[in-house]
Ligand binder design. Structure first.
Ligand code: ARG
Length: 411
């Protein structure tokens, strides 16, 4: 074995177990397995260290990055309002840059010369991991076994594992691919590749079927400080705890299921199903508070920024100058996004009950139909005349043309 080390993004599943062995055989590297705890749950994390070593890794790092994921990635995303193609709350996409960052940090710490990952050659995840690595340490070599080896399917991997005596994880085969973290769970591929086919009822993990949700609505208030949620029903929560608590609450009301045919970065359309319970509520409440506190032009402009921000996250362009520059804009807009949104949760739906904010620009004296002193209705006439001047000019021209035609037609 060479003394060169490679850091592998390791999940303990079939693919990455096979990759450990394959990398050793093909490149002769020492394998440093790295598993990021992004909230995928204990069943995925249990016994990982032993498994990795048994499979042939020389060491393994299991890094709990949940807090960092929420504070430095998810909450800024919520502040931005990013939603990809109108539906997808970017749960997989937002976790990739921070995992990539950990891979680089550990590669530098152990003196590795390369990093590897188990993402396939058709998906978005390969791009996101590799963009993170390129941005943070372009000297690291990147190896993506799925783009190099001859295996085509799960059974090819199982055969190789049997040949090489690789202990393969004893998880039941899933009829689709799953990616889970503290923000969401995604399902795609396999039987879901038929967009006409409704997913099985028992596929979902984080939300109940809205039909089976309680018959009584539940009230919930969320408080934000400069766009960051910090309390539920008046009780303070740390960032991670707040997201986990919201997942529970939203999940039992069947909130946050999405079925989407999305455009992948590599060009094809793909069908994905997502559960983002807490995230759906947070995104909803945050937007509600912005509508209450931001001035019209900033709010409208921010909507276009949100589209771009979503694209940047989806495309893996987190560690870029544009994302940082947009963050500057977003941070400024959030200075007055402070207040509380009261919601009602009921069978998959969220409705607003009320809002309060010390910074609201909503002024009952302005909107009222009663007589008031701040607003003189006579002013509206001048406004309409001037703002509508281009329409008047165009209208005059059209009328003149009509007359000309009529005269030509007569003669
Ligand atoms: N289509 C989603 C995205 O690109 C989810 C990807 C899920 N990844 C996975 N390895 N199962 O963000």
């Amino acid at each position: 074995m060479k003394n060169e080390k490679i850091v592998l993004a390791y999940s303990g599943g079939l693919d990455t177990s096979v990759i450990v062995k394959w990398l050793q055989e093909k490149y002769g590297y020492k394998i440093v397995a790295v598993t990021a705890d992004v909230g995928q749950g204990n069943t995925e994390l249990e016994g990982l260290e032993e498994k990795a070593i048994k499979t042939g890794a020389s060491e393994i790092y299991v890094e709990d990055i949940r807090e960092e994921l929420v504070t430095d990635y998810i909450f800024p995303m919520v502040q931005s309002g990013a939603v990809y193609e109108g539906k997808y709350l970017l749960g997989t996409a937002i976790a990739r840059p921070v995992i990539g960052k950990k891979l680089v940090e550990i590669a530098e710490k152990v003196g590795a010369s390369a990093v590897a990952h188990g993402a396939t050659g058709k998906g978005n995840d390969q791009v996101r991991f590799e963009f993170a690595v390129k941005a943070l340490n372009p000297h690291l070599k990147i190896i993506a076994p799925w783009r190099e080896w001859e295996f085509k399917s799960r059974s090819d991997c199982i055969n190789y594992a049997c040949d090489k005596n690789i202990p393969i994880p004893v998880t039941a085969e899933k009829p689709y691919s799953i990616d889970r973290n503290l923000w969401h769970i995604s399902f795609e591929g396999g039987i879901l590749e038929d967009p006409a086919r409704e997913p099985d009822k028992d596929m979902f993990r984080l939300t109940c079927d809205p039909q089976d949700a309680p018959d009584e609505p539940e009230s919930l208030s969320i408080s934000f400080d400069r766009g960051i949620p910090y309390a539920l029903n008046g009780e303070k929560f740390g960032p991670l705890e707040l997201v986990l608590e919201l997942n529970d609450i939203a999940g039992r009301h069947g909130i946050g299921r999405i079925d989407l045919v999305e455009n992948r970065l590599l060009g094809m359309k793909s069908r994905g199903i997502y559960e983002t319970p807490g995230g759906t509520i947070l995104t909803f409440a945050h937007r509600e508070l912005e509508q209450y506190t931001l001035d019209r032009e900033t709010y409208h402009y921010k909507e276009t920024v949100a589209l771009k921000y979503a694209e940047l996250i989806y495309y893996g362009l987190w560690f870029t100058p544009l994302r940082e520059a947009l963050d500057g804009f977003i941070r400024t807009t959030q200075e007055t996004v402070t207040g509380t949104i009261d919601l009602k949760l009921y069978k998959g739906n969220i409705t607003v009950k009320g809002r309060t904010s010390p910074y609201t620009l909503y002024n009952p004296d302005m909107a009222t139909f009663e007589a008031d002193e701040l607003f003189d209705q006579k002013d509206a006439q001048g406004f309409i005349n001037l703002y509508g001047l281009p329409l008047t000019i165009k209208g005059l021209m059209n009328k003149k043309k009509e007359l000309n035609y009529q005269e030509v037609a007569k003669s």
